[in-house]
Design a protein around this ligand. Sequence first.
Ligand code: GDP
Ligand code: MG
Length: 440
Amino acid sequence: SLSDRLGGVFDRLRGRGALTESDVRAAMREVRVALLEADVALPVARQFVDRATEAAIGQNVLRSVTPGQQVVKIVNDALVEMLGADESELEIGVTPPAVVMMVGLQGSGKTTTTAKIAKRLTSRDRKKVLMASLDVNRPAAQEQLATLGTQIEVATLPIVAGQQPVDIARRAMQAAKLQGFDVLMLDTAGRLHVDQALMDEMKAVADIATPNEILLVVDSLTGQDAVNVAQNFSDQVPLTGVVLTRMDGDARGGAALSMRAVTGKPIKFAGTGEKLDALEAFHPSRVAGRILGMGDVVSLVERAAESIQQEDAERMANRLAKGQFDMNDLRAQLQQMRRMGGLGALAGMMPGMKKAQAAVSQVGGDKVLIHMDAMIGSMTPKERAKPELVNAKRKIRIAKGSGTTVQEVNKLLKMHQEMSTAMKKIKKMGGLKGMMSMLG
Ligand code: GDP
Ligand code: MG
């Protein structure tokens, strides 16, 4: 396991203040092997390791954990980030009928997942759902969906023998409109490999049905080939998301990372069994844990980080109680965000910090944190305590001193301004404690 393999690296890393480049690179070589073993496609593993390396170098090692353990945590956080947020909601809040189209290789689980999603939409979201099978290639494919429909009490489009997929799609659209269905689910024919005739058929269906969602269904046991599958489908139709099936099996979850990297689309659901209620929201942290196989280390480091956060939070709470928030506070928060891989729990809880996080992730993550830190570093102590003092001339100096631009300095000042306002609001609401209790 990664734990064993990192053992040697851990020992060499033990007991230093900050993670050096050579330490990190040594650890990352092992991480890369672990990713490949978890079936992450090679180019994706490479790209990911580069990213995680950048995030890790120079980070301070937390007290009470080893540097190696911390590397694991950093890698884990980068994995979670790359796998994406829990974003399992479907885009179905449109003028009905919303159209959800399923695509993917034969046997990937399209028909089963169609029924699973239909069931979820019916029982959880109280939607009126119509399912239609466009699979005229496999005998009895349409009957398979009809049988599932009966099981879950969801309507299926009546089967008309000899009709072609595009015509079935047209008929389904019409039926959905006329009969007032909220959602129309189109289950398409599978392909054994990426076959151009079937791809063209799929494109033609997508053209006339203009789906709100086109979900690529992928078997999570697909190994290195996952990249090709994802690339091919994503080149031909505008995918909106991915569903990973057979997550109940012994897949290590690497396909998830490959899918996400190649399509850039969120993984919306995970299939976890043959039963029709075996559909779950996709949990990046769980899958990251599965890929790394190092859940214990991750939670250990999380606890260590938490205790530091607690101290920071208390210090912060004292300042907030007075409605204070200057550049030094901002800097401390930015450093914390960086230390926590941009995912500080405290940061996530504070309204002002949420804004900052969004701003930061929008413009490119860690680099921005470094730039901001450098800008604050180029301010005088007086300016840090009272940012209003920074005038046009000083902005130019600060930009020069920090290797940034005046625009970036402006952005930083604006961000501080917004956060400071948020902090004052918090004070009005009865301080951090009051806010926390409001959050439940
Ligand atoms: P399609 O060809 O893409 O439509 O695939 P099907 O929906 O017909 O599924 C093929 C097989 O995979 C069936 O036996 C399903 O029961 C099974 N299957 C689908 N999803 C899952 C899943 O999440 N877990 C497990 N264990 N089996 C699944
Ligand atoms: Mg099918």
